[in-house]
Ligand binder design. Structure first.
Ligand SMILES: C[S@@+](CC[C@H](N)C(=O)[O-])C[C@H]1O[C@@H](n2cnc3c(N)ncnc32)[C@H](O)[C@@H]1O
Length: 292
C-alpha cells in the first residue's frame, strides 16, 4: 500500500496522537471515503491534522474526532479533512505511454466503431480527477482526433473528485507551467492561452468536461454517472484497501458499456481484485477491457 501523504505539512509539535485516537480517526476516514491509512503513517496523520485542530481551537485528536461526529459544522469540516488527507499530485499528459495508447489506438478504434453504428455520442469518466489535468488531457486528445467533425458529435467527459477545493481549481482551468511539465510544446501552443506566467485551457476544449464532487465510497453517487465508453481512474485506488478497490472497480464495470475500457495507474493492478476485465498489453501500458 502506498503512502497517501506525498509531503509532510509541519504541524504543532506539542500535539500528540494516542494509539487509540489514531485508530478511531483512521477507521473514521476509511468509513467516509475508503482511504486506508497504514499504521506506519501515524506520525503523518498527527502532523497534518494538528493544523485543523489548532484552527478549530480544539485541544486533542479525541476532541477533533468528537467534532467530526457531532458538531453542527461537521459537514464543512469533513471537506477540510478530505483535503488534508488526499494527495492531489497530477499533471497534463501524465504517464505519456498510457495517453499515447489512448490517443493512437483506443480512441480511434472507439470512434470508428461508433461511426460504423451510426452513433456520434462519446462518454468518458475521469474518476479522481484532482485539479483537472487528466480530463483536459483527454479532451485535447478528442479534439485532435475529431478535428472538424467535433461539432457533429455529442462528447462529454465527466470528471469528479472527493475534494471540493481541487474540483473548483479544475473548473477554473488555469495552470502554472509546472502542470504542463510533461506536455508536448506543440500541444501547449495550440491548446493553452498564456496569461502572463499562467496557462488557460482553451474554452472550446474546456466545454467538453463537466466537473463535480463525488465520493467513490458513495454507491448512490456513482450510479448517477452516465454510462461510459472509457473510465480513467489513475493513481486513486492505490490509496484504498482491497475491499474498497473491489467496490470501486465493480462500480466502473457496471458503468462501462460492453467492450468499454478501464485505465488505471501504471503502478496499479486488478490482480486479486477482479477477473471481469481482460488485460490488453500495449507498448508501455496495460489497458483493461470489459468482457461481454
Ligand atoms: C493522485 S490524484 C490522481 C489524479 C489523476 N487521476 C492523475 O492520475 O493524475 C488522486 C485523487 O483521487 C482523489 N480521491 C481519493 N479518494 C477519493 C474518493 N473516495 N472519491 C473520489 N476521489 C478520491 C483525491 O482527492 C485525489 O485528487
Amino acid at each position: 500500500m502506498s503512502s497517501i501523504f506525498s509531503k509532510t505539512i509541519s504541524g504543532d509539535k506539542d500535539l500528540k496522537i494516542t494509539e487509540q485516537e489514531f485508530r478511531q480517526l483512521r477507521d473514521f476516514v476509511y468509513g467516509q471515503c475508503g482511504i486506508f491509512i497504514p499504521d506506519n503513517r501515524q506520525y503523518l496523520m498527527e502532523n497534518r491534522l494538528s493544523n485543523r485542530i489548532k484552527a478549530l481551537n480544539l485541544k486533542s485528536f479525541g476532541e477533533y474526532f468528537y467534532f467530526l461526529q457531532y458538531d453542527s459544522d461537521r459537514r464543512q469540516e469533513m471537506g477540510k479533512l478530505f483535503e488534508v488527507i488526499t494527495t492531489n499530485e497530477t499533471s497534463f499528459f501524465r504517464n505519456p505511454p498510457q495517453i499515447q495508447v489512448f490517443q493512437d489506438t483506443i480512441l480511434p478504434g472507439l470512434l470508428a466503431e461508433l461511426r460504423k453504428k451510426g452513433r456520434r455520442r462519446l462518454r468518458i469518466w475521469s474518476a479522481g480527477c484532482s485539479t483537472g489535468e487528466e480530463p483536459y488531457t483527454l479532451a485535447i486528445c478528442i479534439h485532435r482526433a475529431l478535428g472538424n467533425e467535433l461539432p457533429l458529435w455529442d462528447v462529454r467527459i465527466t470528471a469528479n473528485d472527493l475534494s471540493a477545493r481541487v474540483v473548483d481549481a479544475a473548473k477554473n482551468g488555469v495552470y502554472s507551467s509546472y502542470a504542463l511539465r510533461t506536455t508536448p510544446k506543440d500541444v501547449i501552443d495550440q491548446y493553452f492561452i498564456q496569461e502572463e506566467r499562467l496557462f488557460r485551457i482553451r474554452p472550446d476544449v474546456q466545454r467538453l468536461v463537466s466537473f463535480g464532487q463525488i465520493n467513490l465510497n458513495e454507491r448512490a453517487q456513482l450510479k448517477l454517472v452516465e454510462r461510459s465508453e472509457v473510465v480513467f481512474c489513475r493513481n486513486v485506488i492505490i490509496y484504498f484497501d482491497e475491499d474498497m478497490k473491489r467496490r470501486v472497480i465493480n462500480a466502473f464495470y457496471d458503468n462501462l458499456v460492453p467492450d468499454g475500457y478501464l485505465f488505471i495507474g501504471h503502478s496499479e493492478s486488478l490482480h486479486n481484485i477482479t477477473r471481469a476485465f481482460k488485460p490488453e498489453h500495449h507498448p508501455g501500458a496495460i489497458i483493461y477491457k470489459k468482457l461481454g
